[in-house]
Design a protein around this ligand. Structure first.
Ligand code: NAD
Length: 397
């Protein structure tokens, strides 16, 4: 990200951002608000941070919002901000999954560009409805599959697109965590958290929480779709009522094969999102816990390393770095890249300008639909004892 502010260049001001969700105790709420500020493309002007009206207002004021823009609820925020001359331009949604559809479509219908956390929605019908609303309004929709904002994930994507790996033959992706390794999680004596309620959290906890990230990473780096999946989706912690594990074999759209392995119940593992992509000319490997190293293993020649802003960096990757080579960048910066690219697209849309194509690599509504379709296909396969099941869908134009 260079140090000129593309949004101020285009619009003469920052984008005005409103947030729905992300109140006290939410990991991702502060992440969204920080990501929006890192490159100075947005100013936070309004929020509804809790489903409880009093807590929502109090939490908004506690992060410095003006009292009249610390709203009691998301719908009140959308109505009030749409009515103001200085109202928000963009609404970011980071609420529990069952409300993504309502707030995203509600925002789009009122003319706001939208940034929404994953999964896009809990059902395929809702996801298709968001896509249709994005298309009919012509507004920008950005889905925060934030790992696509890491410099070396972009480098991997650019190297594949440039043919450095040759024809892709095999992809292995895994996302392994330990947050649900405790067999007594959630606390049996406590209230059921929203994630553990399929109506609120969606049909599969592990797939909605991290499976969509792994699926999106595979698609982003390879440019391929998952054509068919043979999956087992279930739980490895005994007696758990929700999914904490999924394993699958994949057939990709070019005939390549893949494996997919996700769990939140691997004791002690922290945030092991890992991918290996193998082509006819070599392989790439990247691990989120060491995000500043991308291994390139050519068929002929020694193993090579790529680093953010180091030698051989493609423009797509260089754009995602803010600092000279050798200084670590990570989760916050990757998230910020997603926000800042969306900001440039939004500013260009508002000014009637064509965006720089390098801006347009943030995950969008089609990526969201593909993620929800993949969850549906993996679950259908699992219910059919791992039968190969199509994950394709016709999205029209
Ligand atoms: N991109 C990522 O890496 C990532 C990481 C974690 C969570 N998430 C996503 O973020 C979303 C929230 O997850 P979380 O872990 O922060 O959940 P959480 O339960 O920790 O926090 C949810 C927050 O939203 C608030 N909230 C609930 N309903 C609301 C409503 N109707 N209006 C306004 N605020 C409301 C709650 O008060 C709470 O502060 C989920 O969709 C999840 O999938 C994404």
């Amino acid at each position: 990200m260079d140090d000129t502010n593309a949004v101020i260049d285009i619009l003469g001001r920052r984008l005005r951002l409103a947030v729905i969700g992300g109140g006290p105790g939410s990991f991702i709420g502060a992440m969204h608000r920080t990501a929006a500020r890192i490159d100075d493309r947005y100013e936070l002007v309004a929020g509804s941070l809790s489903s409880d009206p009093d807590r929502s207002r109090a939490a908004g004021e506690a992060i410095g919002l003006a009292p009249d823009r610390a709203y009691a609820g998301g719908t009140e925020l959308l109505d009030s901000e749409a009515a103001r001359d200085d109202g928000a331009d963009v609404v970011a949604v980071m609420t529990p999954n069952d409300t993504h559809h309502e707030y995203a479509t509600g925002a789009l219908q009122r003319g706001f560009d939208v940034i929404c956390d994953k999964p896009m929605t809990n059902t395929l019908d809702e996801a298709l409805d968001v896509l249709a609303t994005v298309r009919s309004t012509g507004l920008v929709y950005c889905l925060t599959h934030n790992y696509t904002g890491y410099p070396l994930v972009r480098q991997a994507s650019a190297m594949v697109a440039d043919g450095q790996l040759g024809e892709i033959r095999l992809v292995q992706v895994e996302y392994v965590q330990s947050g649900k390794a405790d067999e007594n999680d959630p606390d049996p004596a406590g209230e059921v958290p929203w994630r553990y309620d399929p109506v609120r959290g969606g049909p599969s906890l592990v797939m909605g929480d991290i499976g969509t990230h792994a699926h999106n990473l595979l698609r982003f780096i390879t440019g391929l779709e998952v054509a068919e999946v043979a999956a087992e989706v279930g739980h490895i912690a005994p007696n758990r009522l929700v999914d904490d594990y999924a394993g699958a074999m994949l057939r990709l759209s070019n005939g390549a094969r893949g494996s997919f392995w996700v769990t939140q119940a691997a004791a002690g593992v922290e945030n092991s999102l890992w991918i290996r992509v193998s082509g006819t000319k070599g392989s790439l490997e990247w691990l989120q816990e060491v995000p500043q190293l991308l291994h390139f293993k050519p068929l002929v020649g020694p193993v090579e390393l790529r680093t953010p802003n180091g030698p051989g960096t493609y423009p797509l990757a260089a754009r995602a770095s803010r600092i000279v080579a050798g200084h670590p960048e990570g989760f916050h910066e990757g998230f910020a890249t997603t926000y800042s690219d969306a900001a440039e697209a939004i500013a260009c849309r508002r000014a009637g300008k064509e965006p720089d194509p390098l801006t347009m690599h943030f995950p969008n509504a089609i990526d969201g639909v593909m993620g929800v379709k993949f969850i549906e296909a993996a679950m259908a396969s699992s219910a059919a004892n791992g039968a190969w099941t199509s994950a394709e869908i016709d999205l029209g134009d």
